[in-house]
Design a protein around this ligand. Sequence first.
Ligand code: ZN
Length: 377
Amino acid sequence: MSTSPYELTCEILSRRSITPNDAGCQDKIVQVLEPLGFKAERIHRNDTQNLWIRKGEEGPLFIFAGHTDVVPSGDESLWDSPAFTPTIRDGRLYARGVADMKTSIACFTCAVERFIKVHPNHRGSIALLLTSDEEGDGYDGTTFVVDTLASRNIQPRWCIVGEPSCSRLLGDAIKNGRRGSLNGKLTVRGIQGHVAYPEKVSNPIHPAGQIVSELATTTWGKTYPGFPMTSFQVSNIHAGTGAVNVVPADCTVTFNIRFNPSLTAEALIQQIEGICAKYTSNYSIEWKISATPFATKGEELSKALSQAITKVCGIKPEFSTSGGTSDARFISRWCPEVVEFGPTNETIHKINENIPVDQIDKLTDIYYKTLETLLAS
Ligand SMILES: [Zn+2]
């Protein structure tokens, strides 16, 4: 008897696994895979539960990756059905985490089970990498597991991260890279005083304005295949005491840059510091690199997945690098070909998170067919 992807989805959706809790989701996956010869290893760290479960020792190694944690439901009285009681209405399955990303976990687990039953002598090996800390700060999750496995010289070839990559229809998008994200908080300091005595003050807003103007009109880096151009945005400017006759002591500007792989965070920091120094010597910048960019290398997995999508859904997926960050950025340091593919993402993190229920069987089929193309002997 094979596990039903729908039932496994509902089983893990019923668990209140709010970051960094796993609430027994990973054990449920172990119960399905261990009888097939998978060996489970828990690589927990602090409050985070991580699971590495693998069958086979030979290459090529194929990984399915994902997170069992979800964001909080928010005010549950606003949900039309309880957030942790999976409920079908009008052909849609509602529950926190149904799109992001417990359905994918259930689907790839069932796809793996079916594949091993149909192809017991397949080539290579298959593993799952699951964490309960993707929606949080992520320090103890996938990045830690990747470092641990890389230090043992485990070398994967392909990885699908089951993040909800599709926008309107199942199969409309595969993510094959992500932009980097750099945050800066610039503080320009001056000398506070009365506006009527310009010789006694130094107005920090004036150089800050010149800096913002140059940053906003600079072309950053170059084009990069498959990526949009690097973009710079100011998110906040604060200065002033509220009084009309006071020059303030400082001005702070916060900004974000989403950058393609033609640039590094270090190169951007150097360039921006250079622009600031042209207008004032009295400034400082706090930097936070939220994500380094990555682009998938190779086409074997992209092609196999794309063909599987076309067979199951009758559409040709687009390759996209848009959207926020995910754990794929950590895996890409270690695994050459990483893509993200999962259900539609319209309602992720929202009240009444849902997906069309027919996506469950289709997604399972897509993962299954991708395995067949790459690993059936
Ligand atoms: Zn997610």
